[in-house]
Design a binder for this molecule. Structure first.
Ligand code: SF4
Length: 433
């Protein structure tokens, strides 16, 4: 099903991957050196992160979820999770949390093999997942460092009101910015924030273009397994930096070229030759067996054309861009608009919309055992999307970073029969038409 990319001009794809790899490793270097160089370190989560604001105070940014998933890809999280469970954390706790706590217990060596510093500030933007709060309480107990919490109202009615926005702006002005000034010793400069926000908006335009390229047939990207790479820099420590804008320009160039050549997505084994099935996926991926999991899709010619997970760090495809003209309001809107802050009916609407816009043949839920934020209501969501779209839905269960909960044979069997059923359905419709 795939063609070796070295024979297909895969060099350009390599360039964006190398750019991203260099950015990630530079950030781990910066974290390892931060305290020796007199810099301050913040820990913060992906959804609703205030990266542009943190950059205004020269804070080095540490993202515990990213450490967990990077460690999982390097097969390190099994031991961390066991360590956390030995310390009394239940089997049902989010495995990102247990991986982080286990890593701390084992000496805080990050996925790059370098030490991770004790954070000077835990900055929590509370966007819908209660676990975030409990996670930082545990880290704070251990490190006794300063904590700043931005409370973001839940979008229960599916819209952002001006009251909600002003409530977040007020907290930014009166609590978050003063905390950042105190910890960093740097005075807040709103023009510096505007510059970072303008960079963010440029990169966001290109990210949306790349994600929406999956409307093409064949899709030039996989919007789940490839999508997590594309979203990586903008969801984490790099949004608002000029090298991130350059990274997205490069990804866009690569995808434009694939469209011109009529090529499908690049997989770890090369370019996908034949797109047989187009699916929308709900739920985070499994990280411990990421490549095996992806292979189960591309071996069947299944391409993910849209996914909810690539929206946890912002729903840019529905028009949101960071706005340098309204710097604090735009940060508020960003936090309020993250996927984890949306209600179940809003999520159903979004997924049905994706099924339609991306001409998907099926809808698949990857239910994550330990992520309540995504898993709650997923069966209801599955039935609703199936009913509204008339397209077959599938359901599998894995975990984020706990290798004990990825049953390869089981997942493979389910996926194969699901994709084959969709492919047959498509053929029958084609013949009937
Ligand atoms: S429960 Fe889910 S959303 Fe919450 S921190 Fe864990 S992985 Fe993230």
């Amino acid at each position: 099903m795939t063609t070796d990319i070295t024979a297909q001009g895969g060099v350009q794809k390599e360039k964006s991957m190398l750019l991203q790899k260099a950015m990630i490793s530079a950030n781990y270097d910066a974290l390892a050196r931060a305290h020796d160089e007199g810099k301050k370190v913040s820990s913060t989560f992906v959804p609703g992160n205030l990266n542009e604001l943190l950059m205004c105070f020269d804070m080095v940014r540490n993202l515990p979820e990213i450490n967990a998933l990077q460690s999982a890809m390097r097969k390190q999280t099994g031991a961390y999770i066991m360590e956390a469970e030995r310390a009394g954390h239940s089997e049902d706790v989010c495995t990102y949390v247990k991986s982080d706590l286990g890593m701390m217990a084992k000496g805080s060596i990050g996925p790059s093999g370098q030490p991770l510093p004790v954070p000077d500030l835990l900055l929590l933007s509370y966007t819908g997942c209660f676990t975030f709060m409990k996670w930082f309480e545990l880290v704070r107990d251990q490190y006794n460092c300063e904590t700043a919490m931005l409370h973001v109202p839940y979008q229960a009615d599916g819209k952002i009101t001006d009251n909600m926005r002003q409530y977040v702006v007020m907290q930014l002005r009166e609590h978050i910015i003063p905390s950042l000034e105190r910890v960093s010793g740097i005075k807040f400069d709103i023009d510096r924030l505007r510059e970072h926000l303008a960079e963010s908006a440029r990169a966001e335009d290109d990210l949306v273009w790349v994600l929406e390229s999956a409307k093409h047939k064949p899709s030039p990207i996989d919007a789940y397994f490839g999508g997590v790479y594309y979203c990586g820099p903008i969801f984490t420590a790099f949004r608002g930096a000029p090298e991130t804008t350059e990274y997205y320009r490069e990804v866009r160039r690569e995808v434009e070229q694939r469209i011109e050549l009529g090529l499908g997505p690049v997989t770890p084994e090369g370019v996908l030759d034949e797109e047989r099935v187009r699916v929308v996926v709900e739920g985070p991926p499994n990280w411990t067996h990421f490549r095996d999991f992806w292979k189960m899709f591309y071996d069947e010619g299944a391409v993910v054309v849209a996914s909810s997970y690539t929206k946890v760090g912002g729903l840019y495809d529905y028009g949101f861009r960071h706005d340098p003209d309204n710097p604090l309001e735009t940060l508020a809107d960003y936090c309020l608009g993250c996927y984890t802050n949306h209600s179940l009916p809003a999520r159903v609407n979004m997924l049905c919309d994706y099924m339609d816009k991306y001409s998907a043949d099926g809808f698949l839920v990857n239910s994550i055992k330990s992520c309540n934020s995504f898993s709650a209501g997923q069966l209801l969501l599955l039935r609703e999307v199936e009913q509204r779209t008339g397209k077959p839905a599938g359901f599998i269960e894995t975990d984020l970073v706990d290798p004990r909960y990825f049953s390869s044979a089981n997942v493979k069997n389910r996926l194969e029969s699901y994709f084959q059923m969709i492919a047959q359905k498509k053929t029958r419709h084609g013949v009937a038409a």
